[in-house]
Design a protein around this ligand. Structure first.
Ligand SMILES: [Zn+2]
Length: 57
């Protein structure tokens, strides 16, 4: 039983660094989803990071 718990813990640790990241279409940097902004003024919609979205205003 103890061995099973340890195995599950290591499995969870392995998945932890897996973070959803998007590539900014302007600067090409990978940023977490919370920092991405979609510019709906453009077609197709432009997905950029917060820094680039600020510069575009
Ligand atoms: Zn950017």
């Amino acid at each position: 039983m103890a061995a099973e718990t340890t195995r599950e813990e290591s499995k969870a640790k392995k998945q932890k660094p897996r973070e959803i990241k998007f590539r900014c279409q302007l600067c090409g940097k990978d940023k977490p989803l919370q920092e991405m902004v979609s510019i709906t003024r453009f077609r197709p919609v432009l997905v950029v990071c917060q820094d680039c979205a600020r510069e575009m205003r």
